[in-house]
Design a protein around this ligand. Structure first.
Ligand SMILES: [Mg+2]
Length: 219
């Protein structure tokens, strides 16, 4: 785990006896792909969404030339700087999280670049999801292991990317893992992550799953 991630996690004021929900942001709280498509269209590109990938699917308008990995990295870096606050919130996310916040602690663990961390926190506040944001980089396995060592109550993890679900299964196996993909086109390309306990694109379903598990364990 990167030292700057560890620093942020250490400063969270967590109650060890209260359940903890750790949610990803992009494609769980934000409609990331549709926001990216708006950005690309403004900048002369389009997303040829034909599988669960961004690299290899961004094309130049007109020539339809596929952008290289380096070009895609540059576009994504610019996108986070200019459009982080322009993303649409996922339907029902704020309602579900605010209802769950009466029974659990909530933090947002997002692989947002550090330059866009403040913008993302403002976005969360603006859209009624004023929960602590931790900017992560790379795998989410070790951050979840660190958090699970602080908490003696049920924990939940939501992400759209199977590698993160797998890493949490490996490093913090007791955490309930929800595979959540907001964009219905993306969801149609991805089968439920093997290491997830629940798969959905709808916040009310995620809320019910989490609520049910809390009840089962007496919370
Ligand atoms: Mg995501």
């Amino acid at each position: 785990m990167e030292p700057f991630v560890h620093d942020q996690l250490r400063k969270l004021n967590l109650d060890p006896h209260r359940p903890l929900i750790v949610t990803d942001a992009d494609e769980v709280l934000t409609y990331f792909i549709s926001g990216l498509e708006r950005f690309l269209s403004r900048n002369g590109y389009w997303l040829d969404l034909k599988n669960f990938a961004i690299t290899g699917n961004i094309r130049k308008q007109g020539s339809n030339e596929v952008s290289s990995r380096e070009q895609v990295q540059g576009l994504l870096a610019d996108f986070f700087i200019t459009d982080t606050e322009l993303l649409d919130p996922v339907d029902g996310a704020a309602d579900a999280l605010n209802a769950l916040a009466r029974r659990a602690q909530i933090i947002v663990l997002s692989n947002v670049p550090l330059e866009a961390q403040d913008a993302r926190q403002r976005w969360l506040r603006k859209h009624g999801m004023d929960f602590p944001l931790v900017a992560n980089a790379g795998s989410k396995g070790l951050p979840l292991r660190y958090l699970s060592q602080q908490i003696v109550a049920p924990m939940f993890f939501l992400d759209d990317l199977p590698p993160h679900i797998d890493a949490v299964a490996e490093h913090a196996s007791q955490v309930w893992r929800l595979h959540f993909i907001a964009d219905k086109r993306l969801a149609s390309f991805a089968s439920p992550a093997q290491n997830s306990h629940f798969h959905t694109s709808h916040w009310p379903d995620a809320q019910n799953f989490i609520g049910g598990k809390l009840e089962e364990s007496g919370y």
